[in-house]
Write a protein that binds this ligand. Sequence first.
Ligand code: NI
Length: 228
Amino acid sequence: MLIHLPQVLAPEQVTQLRAALDQAGQAWVDGRVTAGYQGAPVKLNQQIDERSAVALECQRVITTALERNALFISAALPNVLYPPMFNRYGEGMGFGSHVDGGVRLHPHNGSKLRTDLSATLFLSEPQAYEGGELRIEDTYGTHSVKLPAGDMVLYPSTSLHEVTTVTRGVRVACFTWVQSMVRDDGERALLFDLDNAIQRLNTTEADDVARRTLVGTYHNLLRKWADM
Ligand code: NI
């Protein structure tokens, strides 16, 4: 399931983050420092040192925004969020096809996190660069994603994906991973559909007994499938 989350950040938050990141100087390092043996040969980009002061400041903004985003909570059912990271692709840079590592170490406390969902939050407007599309493969084919600054895409970490070479301009983005309470993408998709249907019923004159039954079913399925 590939989900588009519009306006996770307000325009002024995007401006604030971009100002911090664009002035980060030596906090920008070669992206291969965090790539595994599969990713390193195909990865050509820069990223912010995840322990730098600018990373901590920007992580706080994004984590707070996601914790308040009802669509993110409903779609991801997050258990643990990896501290968001930031990357930059200048002209000639890209990241070839790969699958993200299945387990990551939390950079601040060393705990292990299973990557169930991958997320990219765009911090450059689409017209600011050419190329730089996030291409994600799933059973329905390949999806090309290039969203307005402030928007996020969420997709299963099991997916093969790539960032095509930037041919003009600069692409700045934030990326992270979620360990979900519900690790199976199919089960999570069913809960998301059910939650969306209940939210719609909440705004209509729906039969209240039937609506409450569905709410109960949602929570009973969540109880059955959730792991923490
Ligand atoms: Ni990746």
